[in-house]
Design a protein around this ligand. Structure first.
Ligand SMILES: Cc1ncc(COP(=O)(O)O)c(C=O)c1O
Length: 397
């Protein structure tokens, strides 16, 4: 089945007279069986991962969403979690114990960094943050007790690309599990599992949901063994998502291709325009030919998430407020991947305990991140233009 057909058909309600197109919402904790034998057979062994037997193990809506995402990721099985962050966290916890070591890119999503520096440390797991551009040289950082090499491409806020196949090869030579947060490209524009990654994480909150109205994570495993291990772990941790959120995410998935294509077209046009603005020192967006990650992006990815940052000279907060507060199209808010444009002032140095690596020098610039939506690109450009006018006026230029 081609990808667009998977998007339109996977996880649909079974065809019968009177059936709606979309799988109805099955809100349930208890699932009943007519006989003891059927009850016990339904949740015996692997069935517990496949059949609806208790709400906390998955509803019809969770299974339908997992089926669709798994097909798109070309995995052995998917599972839902209560948030994108919980998917990131569980994908580490599943593989480590006291005395182990994990490798994290310095540009990792801030709360994931915080998790490593606090909870993992408390449980005796050591984290080394590495330069995300390291490629095959990750091999020198792998120790006898390294259990997970975590990746995220491009990196949060600063958008460094990673050579995923090279990192995966080096990790596998030492028997280490490779996890990737693939939320920026999503399952349509990059397939981590076909590039050597073992466990792929998506914050479905972003492009899969697509409408800024749900919080959800999806984890997909490359092999059946890894799926069983990861799914068993999530069940034990009580990880699940509500039937309503799974329904909404699957509904979002249907239009993900058309949304993402329109959004990346807008994003690329605006990123190119911003690159030419005198106020902008740099635009951090791998699909730009000038971006250091462009070659890797072009080699491995088939599209781009509509999310990038611009670098400004170090700018006083008052001037930044003047620029951001006056936007009409770009609301100030966390998250991204919805149909609406958003803007956020970023402080990579403040994420958790601060980035320690060589990637971001916070002293001499200000960083602003834009999530580009489905609005008309001319209106978005005009909004940005007026923002620069306010910025210049506030700076007395
Ligand atoms: C790259 C990345 N991964 C994971 C997450 C976490 O997703 P959620 O907000 O669903 O916890 C985010 C959220 O912003 C993110 O940007």
């Amino acid at each position: 089945m081609k990808e667009n057909t998977i998007l339109a058909h996977a996880g649909r309600a079974p065809m019968r007279v009177g059936a709606p197109v979309n799988m109805p919402v099955h809100r349930a904790s208890t699932i009943v069986s007519p006989t003891l034998n059927e009850y016990e057979a339904n949740e015996r062994g692997d069935n517990m991962f496949k059949n609806v037997c208790y709400g906390a193990l998955g509803t019809e809506n969770a299974f339908a969403l997992c089926d669709a995402v798994n097909q798109l990721e070309q995995g052995a099985g998917s599972m839902v979690t209560s948030s994108g962050l919980s998917a990131c966290v569980q994908s580490i916890l599943c593989f480590v114990g006291a005395g182990d070591h994990v490798l994290m890119p310095d540009s990792v999503y801030g709360p994931q960094r915080m998790f490593c520096d606090t909870i993992l440390r408390r449980f005796g797991v050591e984290t080394t943050f590495y330069d995300p551009r390291i490629g095959a040289d990750i091999a020198v950082l792998i120790k006898a007790n390294t259990r997970v090499v975590y990746t995220e491409a491009p990196g949060s806020l600063t958008f460094e690309m990673q050579d995923i196949p090279a990192i995966a090869k080096a990790a596998h030579e030492r028997g280490v599990v490779v996890v990737m947060d693939n939320t920026w490209a999503g399952p349509l524009y990059f397939k981590p599992l076909t590039h050597g990654v073992d466990i792929c994480v998506e914050a479905a909150t972003k492009f899969i949901g697509g409408h800024s109205d749900l919080v959800l994570g999806v984890i997909t495993a490359r092999t059946h063994e890894l799926y069983k291990q990861m799914r068993g772990f999530c069940v034990q941790m009580g990880e699940i998502a509500s039937a309503d959120d799974c329904f909404m995410a699957l509904r979002g998935l249907r239009t993900m291709r058309v949304r993402m294509e329109a959004q990346q077209k807008n994003a690329l046009e605006l990123a190119r325009w911003l690159k030419g603005r005198p106020e902008v020192k740099d635009v951090l967006y791998p699909p730009l030919e000038s971006d250091p990650g462009y070659e890797l992006w072009k080699r491995d990815f088939t599209g781009a998430g509509a999310l990038f940052s611009i670098v400004l000279e170090k700018t006083p907060r008052k001037a930044l407020s003047a620029m951001l507060d006056g936007y009409e199209m770009f609301s100030i808010g966390a998250s991204w991947g919805g149909y609406d444009s958003l803007v956020e002032l970023c402080h990579p140095e403040r994420t958790a305990f601060g980035r320690k690596g060589p990637v971001w020098n916070e002293d001499n610039c200000s960083l602003v991140r834009y999530a580009i939506g489905l609005e008309d690109v001319d209106d978005l450009r005009r909004d940005l233009e007026l923002g620069f006018e306010r910025l210049n006026a506030a700076l007395g230029n």
